[in-house]
Design a protein around this ligand. Sequence first.
Ligand SMILES: CC(=O)Oc1ccc(/C=C/C(=O)NCCc2ccccc2)cc1OC(C)=O
Ligand SMILES: [Co+2]
Length: 178
Amino acid sequence: MKLTIVEYPDKRLKEKSKIVEKFDEELHKLLEAMYASMIESNGIGLAAIQVGYAKQVLLLNIPDDNDEQSRDSLIEMINPIITQSEGETIYQEGCLSVPSFYEDVSRFERVCVNYQDREGNTKTIEATGLLSVAIQHEIDHLHGVLFIDKLSYSRRKKFEKEYKKVQKEKKLSKNQFA
Ligand SMILES: CC(=O)Oc1ccc(/C=C/C(=O)NCCc2ccccc2)cc1OC(C)=O
Ligand SMILES: [Co+2]
């Protein structure tokens, strides 16, 4: 199934995603379709809500040291729960649902996460650095939170102003060639 990325300010991105109960063929098809969309859009993380499915499902595929995004390092997380968190790190984040915007966000440096894999087996992962940031960014999506919601008031105002400008330019360019 071809999935379309839902973009800010679509209200669906604020929905709370539901717990996955059935680890069936339908779930596996969704995971495959999400992976195709994420890779096609040059993403390194994607939550199901971003393709219109309010289910607690997310993908992480962090490029390795020589900047390769191999499928072996793909992590499929279902019903994730952060069990431990410590430290602080600042990283410039982007999101497929907020195209062309990148802002520094403060997150925990280290997190421990319990989750289930596509068969329903319980897994635990401890993450630091970029993987830790990505996990927190994607789990926020499951609670209807975008990285722009974590910005300071002044930085959020700057984002809103720039976003409106970009949307107007997009509309103008569309009309020009319509
Ligand atoms: C034009 C545009 O929107 O560019 C992009 C923006 C974001 C992204 C992907 C963002 C992404 O995967 N975010 C996952 C969450 C995350 C954010 C920061 C660190 C870890 C994990 C890709 C874009 O497309 C290209 C070609 O770079
Ligand atoms: Co995102």
